[in-house]
Design a protein around this ligand. Structure first.
Ligand SMILES: O=C(O)CCC(=O)C(=O)O
Length: 285
C-alpha cells in the first residue's frame, strides 16, 4: 500500500463530524470513470443474484459478500480515498467484516413518493450485538462506507437517511421505525460520493422513485475480534493479495489467538502506520 497524498487522510473536521454526528460524506471518492465501470458490473451481479434467488425485478435487494466477486470490488477494500480514513478512525486492528451491494430498482408504473411514501426502516447495524452489550452508549466497534454509484442528489431517489448524533442513543427516539422523525436528514449524493457512518447511527434506506435503479456498495470495517457478518468467500484471492489486504480479508498468521492478542505478523497495517504515520499508532497494549 502506498503512502497517500495527505489530503486523503482523515481530516480534523471529518473526525469531529464523525464523533459529533456519527457520519460524514467524502465527495467524489470514486471518479466518474470508475463509477461508469462499476455500474454495468453491479447491474449484472444484481440480475444474476435475482435469477438465482427467484427475486422479483422490482424488489429492493441486498447481495452479500461482494468483495471477492470481482477484482474491481477487491480494489475498494483499501481504496486510497477512503481507506486511510478508516484506520484514522478505528486504528490498525481492523478487518472487513461485511460487504454488500444494495439495489433499489425503478418503481413499478404509477408508484410515486406521494402515493407510496419513503418506505423507511430505521435501524442500527449489527443485530444481536446491540442486545448483548450492556453499556450505554454502546461501543462503536465498526463502521460502514456506502459508495453511491447512482444519482441520489434529489429526494425520492432511494436516499440514505440519517439521524445526526443518534449514534450515542441506544433507542430510536420514536416508536414507529417506519416514520420520519423531524431531525432526520436525507443525504443527497452524486455518483462516486461515499458516506462513512458509525454502526450505531440510526439510519435507513428509502424507496426509489427515479428512472434509474439506485445502486450502492457498502463496505463494513470492524475490529478483528468480531466475527464477520458474511461468509467471506475470499479463499480464491487471499493468497495473491499483499499482506495488508490479507489482514483486511481476515487472515491471522498466528491463528485464533492472533485475533484477540495480535502480533505484528498478524497486523501488517500496524507496521505500515508505524512507518508512515507513527503519531496515529495509538497506545501500546
Ligand atoms: O440501502 C440503504 O440506503 C441502507 C443500507 C443500510 O441500512 C445498511 O447498510 O445498514
Amino acid at each position: 500500500m502506498k503512502n497517500p497524498n495527505p489530503d486523503l487522510l482523515l481530516s480534523p473536521d471529518e473526525r469531529a463530524q464523525f464523533e459529533r454526528e456519527g457520519y460524514f460524506v467524502v465527495k467524489g471518492a470514486l471518479d466518474r470513470a470508475l463509477v461508469d465501470d462499476l455500474v454495468p458490473l453491479v447491474t449484472q451481479m444484481d440480475a444474476e443474484g435475482r435469477r438465482l434467488n427467484g427475486a422479483p425485478p422490482q424488489e429492493r435487494m441486498n447481495h452479500y459478500d461482494v468483495v471477492g466477486k470481482d477484482p474491481r470490488l477487491l480494489e475498494l477494500l483499501d481504496w486510497p480515498a477512503t481507506f486511510h480514513k478508516v484506520w484514522g478512525l478505528l486504528g490498525w486492528n481492523i478487518q472487513l467484516y461485511h460487504s454488500h451491494l444494495t439495489v433499489n430498482p425503478c418503481p413499478p408504473e404509477g408508484e410515486t413518493l406521494d402515493s407510496h411514501g419513503l418506505k423507511l426502516g430505521w435501524h442500527q447495524d449489527s443485530g444481536q450485538l446491540n442486545g448483548d452489550l450492556e453499556t450505554s452508549p454502546r461501543p462503536r466497534i465498526s463502521l460502514k462506507i456506502g459508495y453511491f454509484l447512482s444519482d441520489t442528489s434529489e429526494q425520492g431517489r432511494g436516499n440514505f437517511y440519517v439521524l445526526p448524533g443518534s449514534h450515542l442513543e441506544d433507542a430510536f427516539p420514536v416508536t414507529d421505525r417506519k416514520s420520519l422523525p423531524e431531525e432526520a436528514v436525507p443525504l443527497c449524493l452524486d455518483p462516486g460520493d461515499a458516506v462513512f457512518f458509525d454502526r450505531r447511527l440510526w439510519h435507513s434506506g428509502s424507496a426509489n422513485y427515479w428512472h434509474a435503479p439506485r445502486l450502492v456498495l457498502f463496505y463494513g470495517y470492524s475490529y478483528r475480534w468480531l466475527r464477520p457478518r458474511d461468509d467471506m468467500e475470499v479463499g480464491h484471492i487471499v493468497q495473491g493479495c499483499e499482506p495488508i489486504r490479507q489482514q483486511l480479508l481476515g487472515q491471522s498468521p498466528t491463528g485464533g489467538r492472533g485475533y484477540t492478542s495480535p502480533t505484528d505478523e498478524d497486523v501488517p497495517l500496524k507496521t505500515w502506520i508505524g512507518t508512515h504515520h507513527p503519531d496515529a499508532l495509538g497506545h501500546p497494549q
